[in-house]
Design a binder for this molecule. Structure first.
Ligand SMILES: Nc1ncnc2c1ncn2[C@@H]1O[C@H](COP(=O)(O)OP(=O)(O)O)[C@@H](O)[C@H]1O
Ligand SMILES: [Mg+2]
Length: 466
């Protein structure tokens, strides 16, 4: 660069700075999109107020369905997209209708595939402008999907309506339809953290498990007590409310790993096929506030926090001041007592939970211990897990006797090992395989495996559960 070039650059820089300081005197010009909306509304669209509403990112499909229901009441309803470059994602609705220099125009509607059930999805409008009449008044509704990478955490609905009060009534109706037709209602869902980490996470639909009472072996009365609290209160909701009794309930299942806590949760899910269930575990436990909100909207609902001890000391959402565990317990409290919501918490470590529960009383009204199986429970477990095998009753008796102190999941693994041994040897499964498998699993050589699969009483064992 010679001195002339440098002078030129300096002049240009001054010019740009000055241009930025001067007010932009250009008036926004109606865009082709604006003209379309003007024809529909009968007035210049960018002079009409816009009423905006945010909807949780995971309810895009619900919003789309609700809008479809309402718009379909007008036989002349139309849906258009918006053309005009990436800017259309960042401009507000009024600027899409009238702009100083960008020419937004009707274009193709943008769709996104959204999950609507386990293994099911639908094409959902991700960016589109609905033009229809609501209660006889012309309205335009712009729907834009959340774009967390661009800082848009929620779905936005912008209602353009010339007549006063129409937008508010339309949005109220939208919420009614969203709740009535929600794809989440009646499903089992879970949140998964998005790749950007801080968002609300996306919703995953899980297949509803199928676990009957006969698939669970617990001490007498334990499962009945849990069922009465979780299912029974829901079934008697009307009668309880009539007597002024609350429906909200908190149930804690605690006991060593591998004793059937998750299995019990799965059973409760399968026994309440029409109840919306939201399952949080591990990293997704931080979505507790959002999950509680969703549960309130979707009652009757079940909100499940799996293995809460794992986050007992972790900080809450956005590293908030209080431990996540307290956030979870507070979410239980933030729900009205007359809401038919069952909270379920499972933990391997009741001792970690106890102090927190003592500081937040009233959250849990039924605590059930899921203990290690005793000899007769081990026998019942072996019978259950060996129900499709030719193993003899005497062999199961003996194995139950020998497997002192093991967990329920150990008994399951034992039968599988026996079957595997037989298969590897090319022999039909026999009692000897069971005996050998048990020798192996209880043997000192298998100390690590043994502690991993849950045999207690091993010196220095169970490194992962303490
Ligand atoms: N009480 C039980 N009755 C029958 N099977 C059990 C029981 N406990 C555990 N199992 C078997 O072990 C597996 C793992 O148990 P799980 O419920 O995940 O344990 P936990 O959640 O208490 O750690 C279950 O899927 C089931 O096959
Ligand atoms: Mg579990």
């Amino acid at each position: 660069m010679d001195s002339n070039d440098r002078a030129l650059v300096a002049d240009l820089q001054r010019l740009v700075r000055r241009l930025n300081e001067l007010p932009d005197t250009r008036e926004p010009q109606e865009t082709r999109l604006g003209a379309l909306v003007r024809e529909h509304l009968g007035v210049a669209a960018h002079t009409v107020p816009v009423t905006s509403e945010k909807v949780s990112a995971h309810r895009l499909a619900d919003a789309d369905i609700a809008l479809g229901v309402i718009a379909s009441e007008d036989p002349d309803a139309r849906l258009v997209g918006v053309a005009g470059g990436m800017e259309r994602h960042h401009e507000d609705t009024q600027s899409l209708l009238a702009h100083r220099y960008s020419g937004f125009a009707p274009g193709p509607v943008e769709y996104v595939t959204t999950p609507v059930g386990p293994g099911a999805s639908r094409e959902t409008v991700a960016f589109g402008l609905h033009l229809f009449r609501f209660e006889g008044a012309a309205v335009a509704v712009l729907v834009r999907n959340a774009m967390p990478m661009h800082g848009r955490e929620a779905v936005t609905l912008d209602v353009v309506a010339a007549q006063e009060g129409v937008a508010g009534r339309l949005l109220r109706r939208m919420h009614e339809e969203m709740n009535e037709h929600s794809v989440i209602r009646g499903n089992v869902v879970s949140f998964t953290a998005d790749e950007y980490g801080h968002g609300l996470g996306s919703l995953t639909f899980l297949p509803r498990p199928s676990v009957g009472v006969d698939d669970i072996v617990l001490p007498d009365g334990v499962l009945d007590g849990i069922r009465a609290h979780v299912i029974g209160i829901g079934e008697q909701a009307a009668a309880l409310l009539a007597y002024g009794q609350h429906l909200k309930r908190g149930v804690l299942l605690y006991g060593p790993p591998g004793t059937g806590k998750t299995l019990t949760v799965e059973h409760l899910l399968s026994a309440t096929p029409s109840r919306t269930a939201i399952l949080l575990q591990g990293g997704s436990l931080r979505f507790v506030a959002e999950a509680a909100r969703l549960a309130r909207t979707m009652t009757p609902a079940m909100l499940i926090f799996e293995d809460v001890d794992l986050v007992a000391t972790e900080r809450g959402m956005f590293g908030g001041p209080q431990p996540l565990l307290f956030e979870i317990l507070d979410a239980l409290d933030g729900v009205g007592g007359d809401a038919d919501i069952a909270f379920l918490m499972t933990t391997n470590r009741a001792d970690i939970l106890e102090p927190a529960l003592a500081q937040r009383p009233g959250r849990v009204d039924h605590a059930a211990e899921i203990p290690l199986p005793d000899a007769s429970a081990r026998r019942a477990l072996l019978a259950l897990h060996a129900r499709d095998t030719p193993l003899s009753s005497a062999a199961l008796d003996e194995a139950a006797e020998r497997a002192e102190g093991v967990t329920a999941s150990f008994t399951k693994e034992l039968v599988r090992r026996a079957a595997l041994r037989a298969a590897l040897a090319g022999e039909p499964l026999s009692d000897a395989h069971l005996e050998n498998a048990l020798d192996e699993m209880l043997g000192a050589a298998a100390a690590l495996t043994r502690s991993l699969v849950g045999a207690a009483g091993e010196p220095g064992g169970e490194p992962f559960s303490s």
